[in-house]
Design a protein around this ligand. Structure first.
Ligand code: SF4
Ligand code: SF4
Ligand code: SF4
Length: 341
C-alpha cells in the first residue's frame, strides 16, 4: 500500500507522518509539557516493538515519533494508541480512531517549579491545561512554557512563549546584610539590587522577576510573591524564509489572561488562514504581516482583562534573518577563499 492508496486526509489528521521509506510511516505521540505516564510510555515501547523497528525518536517538541510503521498497520496502531490518548483525556470523535488532529503542535515545557529551584510556576500543569483547551485542532500553533527568564525551553522560538516571573518580597528584619542577593543579581541576572543605608533596594524598572535573589538569600529575607506572573513573548519562529525570535508583548501578566489569549488565536486563524497555503501551514507571523498586528490583537485580546500590574508593549518589531533577501545578504558575505591574507 502507498500513501496514495490510503485516505491521506485521515492519515495526516491522525498525526501520522510521511516517510522517505516507501510504504512506511511514523506515528507521532503527543506529550504535553514533555510529560508522559509510565503506562503510556510502556505502550509507546510496545507499539515500536510490534509495529515499528524497535526505535523511538524523541522530537524537538518533547513528543515521541515511532518510525518504521507499515501503512497497512495504521488502524492497528490507532487502536494501540487508545490508552495513551485516553490517559491524556483527549476529546475523540472516534473510539480507537487514533489522534483526532495533528496541526496544533505539542505544548512544550521546561521542568518548572516541581523540579527546578528557579521555577516560578508549575510549567507542566499549565502546559497540560492549555493542551486540553486547544487540542484537538488542526491549526499549526506553537506554544511553550518556561519556568523563569533563563528560558531553558527556548520559548522565543514559539508563537506564544510564556516565561515565569515572581515579584520578590523583601523582609528587612530577616536581612543580615551579606549582600549575596546583590552579588548574584548582578552576576546571574540584570543587576537590579543595590545597598542603600544598609537596606537592599530593588530597582523595579530593572527587575525581571527571575527569582535569583530569592534562591541565594541564606536567611529567606527574599521570598516569592504569592501571585504568579508571566512574561508573554509573541510570534517567534524557525523556517526557510524569515526565522526570528519572539518579541516581548506582556510583562507581569496573569494565568487566566494568557489562557484566553491562546484560545482566542484559533478564531483569528479560522478567519485569516490562507487555505491555499501549502498544507494550510502558513505561519501565524506571516498572517499577521498581511492583516496587521492591530487586527491580530483585536482577536487575541477579546474578553481579556489584564491585571493592574501588567505592562503591554505598545509596538512590536520582529526582525530576524531574511533568507528571501539574498542580494542584501550577498553584499555582506564573501567566500572564505576571497579573504585578504
Ligand atoms: S527555565 Fe528556569 S525553571 Fe525552567 S529549567 Fe530553566 S532554570 Fe529551571
Ligand atoms: S528577581 Fe531577579 S532581577 Fe529581580 S532583583 Fe531578584 S535577581 Fe534581580
Ligand atoms: S542575601 Fe538576604 S540576607 Fe543577604 S543581603 Fe540579601 S536579603 Fe539580606
Amino acid at each position: 500500500m502507498t500513501t496514495r492508496d490510503i485516505n491521506t486526509k485521515k492519515f495526516k489528521k491522525n498525526a501520522f507522518r510521511y516517510s522517505k521509506v516507501r510504504g512506511e510511516t511514523a506515528s507521532r505521540v503527543r506529550c504535553p509539557g514533555g510529560e508522559i505516564d509510565v503506562e503510556s510510555l510502556q505502550r509507546v515501547v510496545d507499539i515500536a516493538k510490534k509495529y515499528g523497528q524497535g526505535t523511538v525518536n524523541i522530537t524537538n517538541r518533547q513528543g515521541f515519533e515511532i518510525p518504521g510503521i507499515s501503512l497497512d498497520d495504521i488502524d492497528a496502531v490507532n487502536h494501540a494508541l487508545q490508552t495513551i490518548i485516553e490517559n491524556r483525556g483527549v476529546n475523540q470523535e472516534e473510539y480507537n480512531g487514533g489522534y483526532p488532529a495533528s496541526g496544533t503542535r505539542n505544548v512544550v515545557a521546561c521542568p518548572g517549579k516541581k523540579l527546578c529551584p528557579f521555577g516560578c510556576y508549575d510549567t507542566k500543569a499549565f502546559a497540560q491545561e492549555i493542551d486540553k483547551a486547544i487540542f484537538p485542532n488542526d491549526h499549526h500553533v506553537k506554544i511553550a512554557f518556561t519556568g523563569c527568564s533563563n528560558d531553558c525551553a527556548h520559548v522565543r522560538l514559539n508563537d506564544f512563549g510564556i516565561m515565569g516571573q515572581t515579584e520578590p518580597q523583601y523582609n528587612r528584619d530577616r536581612c543580615v546584610g551579606c549582600e549575596q542577593c546583590v552579588k548574584y543579581c548582578k552576576k546571574r541576572s540584570v543587576g537590579a539590587l543595590s545597598v542603600v543605608n544598609g537596606k537592599i533596594v530593588r530597582d523595579t524598572n530593572k527587575c525581571i522577576g527571575c527569582g535569583v535573589c530569592i534562591n541565594y538569600c541564606p536567611t529567606r529575607a527574599w521570598t516569592r510573591s504569592k501571585e504568579e506572573y508571566f512574561r508573554v513573548v509573541l510570534l517567534g519562529r524557525t523556517g526557510k524564509k524569515n526565522p526570528r525570535l519572539a518579541e516581548d508583548f506582556l510583562k507581569w501578566a496573569d494565568h487566566d489572561s494568557i489562557k484566553k489569549m491562546i484560545v482566542n488565536v484559533y478564531a483569528y486563524l479560522d478567519e485569516y488562514l490562507d487555505k491555499a497555503a501549502v498544507e494550510s501551514k502558513e505561519h501565524i507571523g506571516y498572517i499577521v504581516d498581511r492583516t496587521g498586528f492591530e487586527e491580530f490583537l483585536k482577536y487575541i485580546m477579546k474578553g481579556v482583562e489584564l491585571g493592574p500590574k501588567c505592562e503591554m508593549q505598545g509596538r512590536l518589531y520582529w526582525g530576524g534573518k531574511r533568507y528571501d533577501q539574498t542580494n542584501e545578504l550577498k553584499k555582506s558575505m564573501f567566500r572564505f577563499s576571497e579573504r585578504e591574507e
